[in-house]
Ligand binder design. Structure first.
Ligand SMILES: NC(=O)c1ccc[n+]([C@@H]2O[C@H](COP(=O)([O-])OP(=O)(O)OC[C@H]3O[C@@H](n4cnc5c(N)ncnc54)[C@H](O)[C@@H]3O)[C@@H](O)[C@H]2O)c1
Ligand SMILES: N[C@@H](CCC=O)C(=O)O
Length: 514
């Protein structure tokens, strides 16, 4: 087994990579409109009721229709997962890991096809889609190796006359609820972490992006995953989500999504329901209100680039998005003007076009919500760039920059999840860090500074789960920057890190008297 190394991103300035992506985009169009079924215990189940997956850049284009589970079918999925657990938990960890390695190899061979689907189903531009596919491969490769590392447990001491062992055992049925914004990587990572640790899964993907999730489950089947170990169960959050969370046979819930739904799940999971003989465990990763702080002696070009890319990568639809820029007063105007300059060059449009920097936002509800925040922003600050949206064909919003915002203003406090960045001025470095910390979230942050003392100060005082220096606050890499946040950003499970898998297992102490 080679040491873990992250999957390299494709360089689309190379003609051959461009051609491959163009061909993949054409090829997947042939599958548009296909019908995808539920997968319960390996059986395909077609339902009358459907989820329709649209291209957010072109509302007319249907990516696929997907059967929609009701509570009865969700109950069958839980039963199938419970039955499969009896044998799957006995598989050797190395054999479980092998399935992940095989799945990674299959996806690597079909990389362009998966990225093309992400471009169409979630509106990601090429580089963001490629990064999402690469991250899905990374999760498979990394968690497989992690399970092999953990298979014999962690060494503990033994006194004379005894032999002690400390091992990790699987938990049971895991409900995986995933978001649409990393429809491949997060969905795949949160599905295979419970699987490789010996649990079985009911996967409820986001309703905007169910097709990529179906195709991933097919890959797991092709890689040799026995039936019932993963059950594909798309459905309404309110109906099927609550049902799965509440179910007495659910042991572990791993959720990634909004604060509103995450706190609801956290609360419901704490209730012990009739027939339930354990306390449910939850891994809950939620939103962010993330800040790029610029110090007065920073490299201002790095600062402007970092702010721009943190705010507008995938139209700001990342939990890690830098939706707040807090700038030292001495360099405020210069940085703001440079970010505006960068924004002027960038193309907003159809993400199937290689030259597009920013595609659409995911759907009408997001479009309306972001536009209403822009309206609030115009009242709370000075609109200096963008501000317009067009939802006639797809859900397009210009990169929007609002200057001179009070740190306590609504657009400085609430997660917008769109291409909007608010600028605030700080009188000195300490005040900038105070402003950065003044939200209820604590996910990511970046400091752009050349002052070593300030960097050390930030390491201690900038209260976020992922802290970066002299770069963007987005773009964590599996195995290199374990990911998760403090406070209302979640349980800080650190996906893609060395502490992640053990949260899917029950540690067991075995002590034998010799
Ligand atoms: N911290 C992280 O690692 C991370 C990563 C990606 C996205 N996010 C956050 O996710 C949010 C965007 O994603 P979203 O719009 O898909 O979030 P969301 O909370 O609306 O939906 C997430 C998932 O929860 C399901 N759901 C909805 N209601 C439910 C219920 N009552 N019970 C169970 N499940 C239910 C949805 O169908 C979906 O599958 C943002 O807030 C973003 O910051 C966080
Ligand atoms: N892990 C991603 C963010 C995931 C949330 O949307 C990043 O680091 O940018």
């Amino acid at each position: 087994m080679r040491p873990y190394k992250h999957e390299p991103f494709l360089d689309f300035s190379e003609e051959s990579n461009q051609q491959e992506m163009k061909a993949a985009l054409q090829k997947i169009e042939e599958e548009f409109g296909n019908d995808y079924e539920l997968i319960i215990n390996g059986e395909r189940i077609k339902t009358e009721s459907k989820i329709v997956s649209y291209n957010p850049a072109n509302k007319e284009e249907v990516i696929g229709t997907v059967s929609k589970a009701n509570q009865e079918l969700a109950g069958e999925a839980i039963n199938a997962a419970e039955a499969a657990f009896k044998t799957w938990k006995k598989w050797k960890p190395e054999a479980r890991a092998d399935i992940l390695f095989r799945a990674a190899a299959i996806i690597r061979r079909r990389k362009a096809e998966f990225s093309a689907l992400l471009i169409k189903e979630s509106g990601k531009p090429w580089n963001e889609a490629d990064a999402d596919t690469a991250e899905a491969i990374d999760f498979l490769e990394y968690y497989a190796r992690e399970m092999i590392r953990l298979k014999d447990g962690t060494p503990v001491s033994s006194r004379e006359g005894e032999y002690n062992k400390y091992i990790y055992t699987p938990m049971g049925v895991t409900v995986v609820i995933s978001p649409w914004n990393f429809p491949f990587a997060i969905m795949a990572g949160t599905t295979v972490a419970p699987i490789v640790t010996g649990n079985t899964v009911v996967l409820k993907p986001a309703s905007s992006t169910p097709v990529v999730a179906y195709k991933f489950v097919e890959v797991l089947e092709e890689a040799g995953l026995p039936r019932g170990v993963v059950n594909f169960c798309p459905g309404s959050g309110a109906e099927v989500g609550d049902f799965l969370v509440d179910h007495a046979k659910t042991s572990l819930i791993t959720f990634t999504g909004s604060r509103e739904v995450g706190t609801r799940i956290f609360e419901r999971a704490s209730k012990v329901n009739p027939g339930q003989i354990w306390l449910k465990r939850t891994i809950i990763e939620m939103g962010g209100k993330d800040t790029v702080v610029v110090d007065k002696n920073a490299d201002l070009e790095v600062a402007a680039e970092s702010i721009f890319r943190s705010a507008f990568g995938f139209s700001g639809q990342k939990c890690s998005a830098g939706s707040r820029a807090v700038i030292h007063q001495d360099v405020y105007d210069e940085v703001l003007n440079r970010v505006i300059e960068i924004a002027k060059d960038k193309i907003v449009g159809d993400p199937t076009d290689y030259n597009t920097y920013m595609g659409p936002v995911i759907d009408q509800a997001s479009f309306d919500k972001i536009m209403s925040y822009i309206q609030v922003g115009k009242e709370e600050g000075r609109l200096v760039f963008g501000g317009n949206g067009d939802d006639s064909k797809g859900f397009f919003i210009e990169p929007t920059i609002i200057a001179d915002v009070d740190p306590k203003a609504k657009i400085m406090q609430e997660e917008i999840f769109g291409p909007v960045v608010a600028f605030a001025k700080a009188k000195d470095f300490e005040e900038a860090i105070e402003i950065a910390n003044n939200t209820e979230y604590g996910l990511t942050g970046a400091l752009i500074s050349n002052d070593r003392e300030h960097i050390e100060y930030a390491k201690e005082n900038f209260y976020v789960g992922n802290l970066y220096f002299n770069r963007t606050c987005t773009g964590a890499i599996v195995g290199y920057q374990p990911f998760g946040g403090f406070n209302m950003s979640g349980t800080d499970s650190k996906a893609g890190g060395p502490d992640y898998l053990i949260q899917h297992m029950l540690p067991k102490t075995i002590s034998e008297t010799l």
